[in-house]
Design a protein around this ligand. Structure first.
Ligand code: FDA
Length: 390
């Protein structure tokens, strides 16, 4: 005999736990099935162990999706302030780091404990170490795991995306969505370091050097730190841009975001005896200044350099073109761009339009946030949207 529930949530991650807690507190009998040995594993390692649990400025403009309007409704109905209220109601101390990013003062464990506590308030049953063997639909959903069979009229796909397979992440959400005929927007790694090849491997010589820059890929621009690595480029500015970058496209770095206009001609007027290398060394880490000056090949004093050459050097420094040859892949990607097509879902409830009772939330869906707490905010908001509907 299959055990009966009102809703079965697959995945005890950020979105699944939030959804289960909401539905449980509304009186639904909810079962959460989790493959890993414990819930919330990604939450535990997030934000360097302190969980950047939301971003106070989170809004639809901070998300990528084939339909940029899709996230609006859920984000408006469950905001960063709402989550912060929940955090505070559990007595969790927090702080704002930069750019609206909110972290626990203590540990990410507090966020998992809070979600489990909220689930307990709703009598949610969470079973870990459950491998789903099959999901079948008749007048509801029958889920069979290695340890038994359960049934419910509602099924929530909250199994996340394939980023960091070493932690047990899989593309199971897509497999299940396809089984029910839902379309998938091609998933690709996002918030991921980019790799350099060809001539640009020279930049590997400055592995470990970091500098505040502005990156642009496609229409997006991010002013944060970039880090040179032994494989290419990383750091927040690069991770942000990586979500917008497509193979074959260039990535631009403005090494001097504070400078504008003909700033090297001005430097020539003010300090004609200075060299570009020395001038750059006053503004950038020395090893980066050296490699840029070498590649620009302008070794003479400013006073002896033609205006045209200075202007061209300035323009290159403001828009240095890199041609990444790839990314470090899902193994190193913080999130996944793409996923279950938003066209298949109601933006209000996350319910599949063509499959009654089926829902998809969190990273499994084609909604991806910037770096900085935005992805968890989507997990909370989409989880609440479904939790209030099922
Ligand atoms: P999530 O991946 O959290 O949960 C899915 C769950 O489903 C997992 O527990 C998984 O084990 C389970 N599962 C998978 N397959 C299953 C199956 N077949 N059956 C049953 N269960 C299954 N974001 C942010 O906003 N702030 C931050 O600080 C960070 N930091 C961060 C660090 C690192 C290293 C990573 C990799 C990611 C982040 N993120 C982040 C991103 C954030 O972790 C991510 O967006 C959310 O965890 C997504 O929540 P979901 O619940 O959708 O998936």
């Amino acid at each position: 005999m299959a055990e009966a529930f009102d809703a079965i949530v697959l995945g005890a991650g950020a979105a699944g736990l939030m959804c289960a807690a909401r539905a449980g507190q509304r009186g639904r009998r909810v079962l959460v099935l989790e493959r890993a040995e414990k819930p919330g594993k990604k939450i535990l390692i997030s934000g360097g162990g302190r969980c950047n649990f939301t971003n106070i400025g989170a809004g639809p403009a901070n998300y990528l999706s084939a339909n940029p309007h899709f996230a609006k409704s859920a984000l408006a109905r469950y905001t960063a302030r709402d989550f912060l209220e929940l955090v505070e109601s559990h007595g969790i101390a927090w702080h704002e780091k930069t750019l609206g990013q909110l972290f626990c003062d203590g540990s990410a464990k507090q966020i998992v404990a809070m979600l489990l506590d909220e689930c307990a308030k709703g009598d949610v049953e969470i079973r870990c170490g459950e491998e789903v063997v099959s999901v079948e639909q008749d007048d509801g959903f029958t889920v069979t795991t290695q340890s038994g069979t359960c049934r419910a009229p509602s099924l929530v796909i909250a199994t996340g995306g394939p980023s960091i397979p070493k932690m047990g992440a899989t593309g199971y959400a897509y497999e299940l969505a396809r089984q029910f005929g839902l379309k998938i927007v091609e998933p690709r790694p996002a918030l991921v370091p980019l790799t350099l090849g060809g001539e640009e491997v020279l930049f590997r010589d400055i592995s470990g050097v970091s500098a505040p820059v502005a990156t642009s890929a496609g229409k997006a621009r991010f002013a944060e730190a970039a880090l040179f690595t032994h494989r290419g480029l990383s750091g927040p500015a690069i991770l942000q841009a990586s979500s917008y970058w497509r193979p074959g496209e260039p990535l631009f770095i403005d090494f001097l975001p504070e400078e504008s206009g003909d700033f090297l001609l001005q430097a020539k007027r003010e300090t004609p005896r200075a060299t570009l290398r020395g001038w750059l060394r006053d503004r950038l880490p020395a090893r980066l200044a050296d490699i840029l000056a070498e590649r620009l090949g302008l070794e003479v004093e400013f006073g002896n350099a033609p205006d045209k050459a200075l202007r061209a050097a300035g323009e290159r420094l403001k828009r240095w073109t890199f041609q990444p040859n790839g990314t470090e892949g899902f193994a190193k990607a913080e999130v996944t761009v793409g996923g279950i097509a938003t066209a298949e879902l109601s933006s209000k409830t996350m319910a599949a339009k063509r499959v009654p009772g089926l829902y998809a939330i969190g990273e499994a869906v084609d909604v991806t946030g910037w770096l900085g707490g935005y992805n968890f905010q989507w997990a909370w908001a989409s989880g609440v949207a479904a939790g209030e509907a099922l």
